[in-house]
Design a protein around this ligand. Structure first.
Ligand code: GLU
Length: 304
């Protein structure tokens, strides 16, 4: 398969959508990003790599970091984790408070903000140096020591993060989290602020695509069954209230972020990352979804 040519053809085909949607502005630093950028990169488990356009430009991975956080937490807590957070799709927006109140402070899944904030709290409790340990893990799965947080983005989100502050308060009220709410929010925003390129993200997610290979990075170990389960949660919960639409159009487990990145995997075949800051009304990259829809259609590689 000539993946470079395939990605180029996909890019040409989706150009008519290049002006659709707009970048996230509720995080002031993200509003400054040039919305007219696009990158895409694919890594197969056989070592093939193809990358086009701005595949090497770093962007804010935002909620994609929730997959790394879940992997760490599952390794540390095992199935005990599921007493504090569920694994059902929410069908609501990424920052919704609605279910959290009705369901007494137990978030639906680890990939909505409320669930990821619970994961942040658990990591704070169990890691010796949470910020350093998280970064070390992400660097190891990515085989890249230069990956880092962007503190300006994290601070900018904290300044305007009223909804996440409401979520953390509700969680604290219900006794779901242990640590000081400011510490939990700070760590959560730091994780979201990590910057990576499409090439780095698709490289990193190979560890989820290749779930039969031994998972052991920076002291974080998972069985192949646990990795498979993380992939299942990506499939059902990776796109907030658009998880069904993504399964319908693309048919792969994946995770999006409001920085405009999407990463998806085809188990035992490939990992792919795509980025364009312009988002649809659900917070998912317009060009990103179009590109992945074409990729799985052209290669007939959807898991369905
Ligand atoms: N840091 C973002 C927030 O909490 C992450 C949201 C996302 O990427 O979906 O709002």
């Amino acid at each position: 398969m000539d993946y470079n040519r395939l990605l180029e053809n996909i890019y040409q085909a989706i150009l008519p959508y290049a002006q659709e949607g707009k970048q996230a502005s509720y995080i002031p630093e993200l509003a400054k990003v040039n919305p007219d950028q696009f990158g895409m990169c694919i890594h197969t488990i056989y070592g093939e790599v193809a990358a086009i356009e701005q595949a090497d430009t770093r962007f804010s991975i935002q909620s994609i970091s929730k997959v790394f956080a879940l992997a760490m937490c599952l390794s540390i807590k095992g199935d005990d984790l599921w007493t504090k957070v569920g694994k059902e799709p929410s069908g609501t927006a990424f920052n919704s408070l609605v279910q959290l109140e009705v369901e007494h402070g137990i978030p639906r899944n680890p990939f909505i903000n409320a669930g990821a904030i619970v994961i942040a709290d658990l990591l704070l409790t169990h890691l010796e140096n949470p910020e350093a340990d998280f970064l070390r893990f992400v660097r190891e799965v990515s085989c890249n020591d230069s990956i880092d947080y962007n503190k300006e983005v994290a601070l900018s989100e904290r300044k305007e993060g009223y909804l996440n502050a409401a979520i953390v308060n509700l969680l604290k009220y219900h006794g779901t989290i242990e640590n000081d709410i400011e510490d939990v929010l700070h760590f959560y925003f730091m994780m979201c602020s990590i910057e990576m390129s499409c090439r780095e993200l698709s490289q990193a997610f190979l560890v989820f695509a290749n779930h039969r290979r031994r998972f052991d990075y920076a002291g974080i170990t998972l069985t192949s069954s646990q990795v498979k389960r993380i992939n299942a949660i990506m499939q059902t919960c990776g796109f907030y209230d658009e998880a069904g639409e993504f399964a319908y159009l693309v048919g792969l487990p994946g995770k999006s972020g409001v920085g405009g990145g999407i990463v998806a995997i085809y188990p035992l075949q490939y990992s792919v990352a795509v980025w364009c800051p312009r988002l649809n009304s659900k917070g998912n990259s317009v060009m990103g979804i179009k590109a992945l829809e074409l990729l799985t259609t052209e290669t007939q590689s959807s898991i369905f």
